[in-house]
Design a protein around this ligand. Structure first.
Ligand code: FES
Length: 151
């Protein structure tokens, strides 16, 4: 699987982040495994340490398995001032996990992130590719219930 994904891109180190994105998005547990890093290293003739450096530099990448739905709550100052800490507390209660953890059913992973670029709607979170703004504790509960109902 990893070889096929790599082959979609020219074997040029400038394509590293695209390959990492593609591999992470394709994996059902939304992460880049050590096997994937090994394949990329061979394909791009880049040392694995270099690839791990990129993986750990950007918060959107994970080297550990994650849930089906990745919640990324913005913790930058504009969202914090608008009460993101209350949203975080609510998410922890609803999901029964802490930051960086995945629910036992593998449905949700809770993460924090820097500004998502929509500060006018603070507090803000993303779940997978969807952005949710102007969050309140009630709104968060509705969103999580709807996603649970879909799965
Ligand atoms: S500070 Fe939260 S979206 Fe910008």
């Amino acid at each position: 699987m990893y070889k096929e994904i790599c082959a979609k891109y020219a074997p040029n180190k400038d394509n590293l982040i695209y390959i990492l994105h593609d591999i992470q998005d394709t994996h059902p547990q939304h992460y880049v495994s050590s096997e994937a890093v090994h394949e990329i290293s061979e394909y791009l003739t880049l040392p694995e340490n270099h690839i791990y450096g990129v993986l750990t530099f950007y918060s959107m990448y994970s080297t550990t398995p994650r849930g089906k739905n990745i919640i990324r709550l913005c913790e930058s100052p504009p969202c914090y001032i608008k009460g993101s800490y209350n949203i975080l507390r609510k998410l922890k209660t609803l999901l029964g996990v802490g930051v960086g953890e995945t629910t036992k059913d593998g449905n949700f992973t809770l993460e924090l992130c820097a500004c998502l670029g929509v500060c006018g709607n603070a507090p803000v979170m993303m779940i997978n590719d969807d952005v949710y703004g102007d969050l309140s504790e009630e709104k968060v509960e509705d969103i999580i219930d709807k996603i649970r109902g879909r799965n």
